[in-house]
Write a protein that binds this ligand. Structure first.
Ligand SMILES: O=C(O)CCC(=O)C(=O)O
Length: 288
């Protein structure tokens, strides 16, 4: 599919899948870099600056839940944000001037891997305008049985669903049953390693536990137009500027009238895993 067709599909459905966007060599380099970072877990008993560990992790049988901000650990991930199969489409979506907002790798270890409850990224990451999107790069082959991301096409048109619990505050999860959300048209985004998906900040998505014997690692590259100012984290200007991918430095901010509910009060901090651990209802079962 050419870039116009991909962009049209993104606008229509709130997500697109580009199978095999990365070459075999690029996939091998990405897998090796990710293995190297995750290997540190064998010396850890608890989360550190880079790694979050799954429940049940031991030094002998390491289980990594997430690599936090890999673009700070290895330049490879920052450069991948500019990949020619990804970045031109991001620019169609967000505009020519773009910042890397955030990056993370969700690891979903074999026969483990915490589920991610249904949510919309906008509930976690509101900005002054909605010119933001997320590219997901499959580091491993991804299928339904190893916890592919699922999306609800069309949900990007809204509404913004409630991600708060009346007693606990922000839990970062939508109770799809209580809120009567029809998931019958949900799609599972599957593909060989090196496939890429892009989704809209309002697209409802989630993923099950990994029931297979194969790990499922996905790199998430979060983008924002350079004039979309984050409303949920304090900005260190030099660090913020260091993530500019295209266009000039600017302190101009574009403000649009979008629905915003801040992810506060936040009983568990900003990690989606920790926020969702507080949620009182579950759609996806834990790994058996
Ligand atoms: O890892 C996944 O399957 C989904 C990740 C996600 O939506 C998130 O971390 O916000």
């Amino acid at each position: 599919m050419n870039i116009e067709a991909l962009h049209r599909q993104y606008l229509d459905t709130g997500c697109v899948l580009i199978p095999g966007a990365l070459s075999a060599d690029e996939v091998a380099t990405l897998q090796a870099a990710t293995d190297r970072i995750a290997a540190e877990a064998a010396g850890l008993d608890e989360d550190n600056q880079v790694l979050d560990l799954e429940e049940g992790h031991t030094r002998q049988a390491p289980l990594v839940q997430r690599i936090k901000k890999p673009h700070r650990v290895d330049r490879l991930y920052f450069e991948l944000a500019l990949h020619p199969a990804i970045f031109p489409l991001v620019q169609r979506i967000c505009g020519p001037n773009v910042r890397l907002n955030h990056s993370k790798i969700n690891m979903k270890a074999a026969r483990a891997g915490t589920p991610l409850e249904w949510h919309q990224d906008w509930a976690f990451a509101p900005h002054t305008n909605m010119s933001t999107c997320v590219a997901s790069v499959m580091i491993d082959d991804v299928s339904a049985d190893n916890g592919a991301m699922q999306v609800l096409p069309g949900s990007h048109r809204g509404p913004l669903h409630d991600h708060h619990d009346p007693q606990l505050g922000f839990v970062g999860a939508v109770d799809v049953v209580a809120q009567g959300i029809d998931l019958s048209t949900a799609q599972s985004l599957e593909g060989p390693a090196g496939s890429v998906t892009l989704h809209h900040p309002m697209t409802l998505h989630g993923s099950s536990a990994n029931r297979s014997g194969r790990q499922r690692r996905i790199l998430f590259l979060e983008y924002a137009a350079s004039d979309a100012f984050p409303l949920f984290y304090p900005v260190d200007w030099a660090e913020y500027e260091s993530r500019l991918l295209s266009g000039p430095s600017t302190s101009a901010v574009r403000v649009e009238p979008n629905v915003i509910k801040l992810p506060f009060p936040s009983p568990a901090g900003s990690s989606i895993y920790k926020a969702q651990a507080k949620a009182r209802t579950r759609f996806f079962d834990e790994a058996a």
